[in-house]
Design a protein around this ligand. Structure first.
Ligand code: ADP
Length: 198
């Protein structure tokens, strides 16, 4: 089975491309969903967050106050790193067990949709890497339209990620999503033909 990593930067259109691939019948593993699931699956992570970062980030039902915790960790490289070191091993384990399940089902291609695919070095475990690219001002405009974040909150998140131009260097295929959805869809069709032929 061909393992395809799909990544981007916040607001570059990764979820949009992922949806297009899913609509074409390609199985998708969503790392963000896995990241949320591990918090439910392993209550010890919530406890660890409480101990390391403070009880103000935990609701009374023991769920995580995502927006507040996100702002807190994204405002400091050290905090973000600390949280990632805590959570990434759980996420990686779940991702690779999902790949394994799809392989057993007999799938020929499976896509891992992961915003920090390259930062976490997971791209090295993939057979093919796809980057969804947009210029920074398009990213800012689209995230503001989608999430109602302030410009400052968006820029903080963009700057906390590796730049899309850096990511481009390790990509096997770049989807340029600065234009219309129709043009993006055409690139996605080319991508599917390419990976089906590998
Ligand atoms: P990401 O998953 O990379 O953060 P999304 O796919 O959610 O980004 O896209 C960010 C926002 O921009 C969404 O509201 C989406 O509907 C919109 N969007 C994505 N691609 C385009 C496009 N080519 N033209 C116009 N809007 C777009």
């Amino acid at each position: 089975m061909l393992k395809v990593g799909l990544t981007g930067g916040i607001g570059s259109g990764k979820s949009t491309v992922s949806k297009m691939l899913r609509e074409k019948g390609i199985p998708i593993i969503d790392a963000d969903i896995i990241a949320r699931q591990v918090l439910n699956k392993y209550p010890s992570i919530i406890k660890e967050i409480e101990e390391e970062f403070g009880k103000e980030f935990i609701n009374s039902d023991r769920s995580l106050r995502r927006r507040e915790f996100g702002n807190y960790i994204f405002s400091s490289e050290a905090r973000r790193k600390k949280y990632e070191d805590m959570i990434i091993p759980y996420i990686k384990e779940e991702i690779f067990s999902s790949f394994h399940e799809y392989e057993i089902k007999g799938e020929k291609v499976c896509v891992l949709d992961a915003p920090t695919l390259i930062e976490q070095n997971i791209h090295k475990d993939m057979d093919f890497v796809v980057l969804v690219w947009a210029d920074k001002s398009t990213q800012i405009k689209r995230v503001k339209g989608r999430d109602r974040f302030s410009e400052d909150e968006v820029i903080k998140r963009i700057n906390s990620q590796m730049s899309l131009d850096e990511k481009r260097k390790v990509a096997d295929f770049v989807v340029d999503n600065t234009c219309t959805l129709k043009e993006t869809e055409e690139q996605v069709h080319r991508l599917i033909s390419l990976i089906n032929g590998l």
